[in-house]
Every structure is written in C-alpha cells, then in structure tokens.
Ligand binder design. Structure first.
Ligand code: 13P
Length: 255
C-alpha cells in the first residue's frame, strides 16, 4: 500500500492474557509476521506479561507498548507503573487516555497531557486516544468533542514531540461493538484532526503525525480503512487477541 506515512498497527490486549497465553499469542505472531518490515507492528500486553513478551520479541520486528503509565517518576503511588519500570522491558510506546480509562478511571484531557509529557521525557512514544460517544455523534458535536480532546490532551507538546506522537481516533460507539465507522466517516475525522494540527502547529508537523483508527478493526475491513489518505494505522482490540486475526490484519495492509 502506497502511504505517505509508515503504517503503525498496534494490538491493545486490554485486561486479557496470562503470561502463558501471552507467550502463545506472541509465538504465533512471530511465526506469521517475522518477515514484515513495511509496517510498524506493536503489541500492548497487560503489565504482568511485559517481561515475557519483551524476551520473546528481542531481535524481531515486533515492538512493545504499554496500556498506561503514571505521570510520576517514583514514590508513594500505590498500584502505578513508572516510565523507568516500562523501559526495563524495552517498551517503546504507551497508550494514553483510552476511552476506557477516561470512562472508568476518570482520566481527563489535562491528565493525559501531563502523562504525554512524561512519556516523551522518558524518550517513549505516546499513542493518545480521542473519540466521540454515540450521543455526541448523533447530536452533531463530533468535531467539537475531538477538537477539545486533541487540544487538551496534547497541550504543551512542542512541534518535534507532536510529530513523534501517535493519535488514535477511536469512536467510542465502535469499540468492541462490531460497528466500525465507515471508511468515509473515519477519513473525515482523521482529515479534521490533521487540519487542526496544522492550525495548532504547522503544515509540516501535521503531515508527519500518524493517526490510527480504532474500533472493531478486523481482517475484512482493515485494508479499506488503511487505504484512506489520512488513516496511518490501527489500534486493534478484540482482533489482536488471536495471532491469526492480528496477523491477517497486518498482512492485508501490505503492498
Ligand atoms: P475493538 O477492536 O475490540 O473494537 O477495540 C478497539 C480498541 O479499543 C483498541 O484500543
């Protein structure tokens, strides 16, 4: 596929997979995807499987991501995980502000922006999630909601850090529901985000930022979504939990 930006396809395993299950999944992925170089491939297991997966993907083209990170460096923050702890396992990417964290753990744009700074300070790369709910889409406020989230969650990043940040557009109504945004609907929001980045930063920065789509991405819809000019990758939930379907998604986007 001829893309302006290199595709980045990440699997967000959410709260799934024991160490043994994670190991099997990665073994399957490596069998199928060993030779793939044209797409940046990332797996984001739960924290408890990072050590195992990190060992398995050493010297392969699979990269490791985390699903969250503390904004603090260390100290009395029970239950939290720091950047340094992630770096011990060669984590490269950190998902921030996923809609599930916004909804169930009350994460705000302000917190996501602080975390994004901490992720960059540790030389890791954030994947910052934004997306509207069904109510917001139906009431015609999608662009307003996305603009508020983009401005708020990325506040304070300079142009160089912005260029090295991935945005994941995940319409909340498409997550885990089997309802994908149509390619037209997705492309429209991606183009809106890129125009917004050009107005906040500049054309060049906006051109460099990779914007992933997430929400019921499957082997049968990935290629069409990825063929849109402003869709530069995918953040995959359910279909990343099986080696076959995640590998099919990636393979379907080659060439
Ligand atoms: P599904 O692919 O299961 O809809 O999940 C999308 C998602 O939330 C990825 O972060």
């Amino acid at each position: 596929m001829n893309k302006e930006r290199k595709l980045v396809i990440a699997g967000n395993w959410k709260m799934n997979k024991t160490v043994a299950e994670a190991s099997d999944l990665v073994e399957g992925l490596l069998l199928d995807l060993k030779d793939v170089k044209e797409i940046d491939m990332v797996v984001c297991p739960p924290f408890t499987a990072l050590a195992q997966v990190s060992q398995q993907i050493l010297s392969t083209s699979l990269r490791l991501g985390a699903q969250n990170m503390s904004q603090h460096a260390s100290g009395a923050y029970t239950g939290e995980i720091s950047a340094q702890m992630l770096k011990e396992f060669s984590v490269r990417y950190v998902i921030l502000g996923h809609s599930e964290r916004r909804q169930f753990f009350h994460e705000t744009d302000e917190l996501v922006a602080i975390k994004a700074q901490a992720v960059h300070a540790a030389s890791l790369r954030p994947i910052v999630c934004v997306g509207e709910t069904l109510d917001e889409r139906e009431s015609g406020t999608t662009e307003k909601v996305i603009e508020t989230q983009v401005r708020g969650s990325l506040a304070g990043l300079d142009a160089a850090k912005m260029a090295d940040t991935i945005i994941a557009y995940e319409p909340v109504w498409a997550i885990g529901t089997g309802k994908t945004a149509s390619t037209g609907q997705a492309q429209e929001v991606h183009a809106f985000i890129r125009r917004l980045l050009a107005s906040i930063y500049d054309e060049n920065t906006a051109r460099l930022v990779r914007i992933q789509y997430g929400g019921s991405v499957k082997p049968n819809n990935a290629r069409e979504l990825m063929s849109q000019p402003d869709i530069d990758g995918a953040l995959v939930g359910g279909a990343s939990l099986e080696a076959r379907s995640f590998a099919q998604i990636i393979r379907s986007c080659l060439n």
